[in-house]
Design a protein around this ligand. Sequence first.
Ligand code: SAH
Length: 393
Amino acid sequence: MKVIRLHPGRERSLLRRHPWIFDSAVAKGGADPGETVRIESSDGRFLAWAAFSPASGIRARAWSFDEAERIEPAFFRGRCARAIAARTRLDIPSDALRLVHGESDGLPGLVVDRYGDTLVAQFLAAGAERWKKVLADALLQETGLAKLYERSDANARKLEGLGETAGWLRGDGPTELGISEHGWRFGVDIAHGHKTGFYLDQRDSRRKFAQWVGRTGARRVLNCFCYTGGFSVAALAGGAASVTSVDSSAPALERARANVALAGFDAARAEFVDADVNDSLRRFVAEGASFDAIVLDPPKLAPSAAAAERAARAYKDLNRLALKLLAEGGVLFTYSCSGGIGADLFHKIVASAGADAGVDGYIAERLGAAPDHPMTLAFPEGEYLKGLIVVRK
Ligand code: SAH
């Protein structure tokens, strides 16, 4: 077993069971990509078993902090079983859910979503990549399913020195699937959709949005960054007279249109705009438009803490424009999924957007990812998605 020795003082985060070992913490030692290594403090104490990643700034990710543990197939079966069992304690109103959420489930670099009888997995770090076959077998064994599609074509792989790969890993079948969330049918393309196909993390927010649209009697709704129309369907289900959905991806809009039809809503109530959201918001402001409910769910604008400042300006501008478009008593659901922007900073950004727009509002609620995307005590980075419900005064 290869040993990685840390610099003095750099054992602290591991003693708190945080799973990341940064390159700057490593004093000596090396291994192959994904190889299991023994992490030791500068004075030679055992800290963790970890997967080494020579190309990554996160030089190793801990599998276990227990010296007696063996990192072998039975270990991975146990971790998959625990993650899956944790979801059975949640009440998830959908047949699509996240079964494994990486570090939060003790499986760094592994993301697994279930869409009905099909699993979709992303292997995003060297360790998960090395144990791919074992993990695939463990996942099928623990779920009793037979189909697993791989979507390891995410940018994060580059940081680990891994190439892109996608396709059936186990079994075979259609890649255009149907799911039911809150009783609403959605088509999901697991081969070409974003991430694993659907933004499962916004499930609870979509229902909340439908409730707010209903409760406030919102008639005109604007869904910015609509992707495949999750919030658009929610708006119509909540009773909106019309919903305008904006995205710059033509295939996403096409599916959004299909999803509105699938949910059984009159196509005349839904308008789809293939455009940049920034441009559209400016155009709506120039036209003197106004909406009773708005969703602002942009992509990750700050991939790292270093990019946070620039991203903060972009978030602020989007929120300023949206607040200007919001009718009195109207409701804004606004989000950031950037890990580099914490909940406090996001709150400040939206507050300063309000100041610039000359608009005040009640913060009715703080939002986060659905609970099948857990945060843990040891890994605060697991909190990436944050949102606010703002009701205009
Ligand atoms: N709210 C959605 C998920 C949004 S994901 C849901 O519940 O499913 C972010 C979306 O923003 C993606 O669909 C992407 O195509 C779109 N996007 C990214 N940059 C954009 C831009 N500048 N203008 C318009 N859409 C953009």
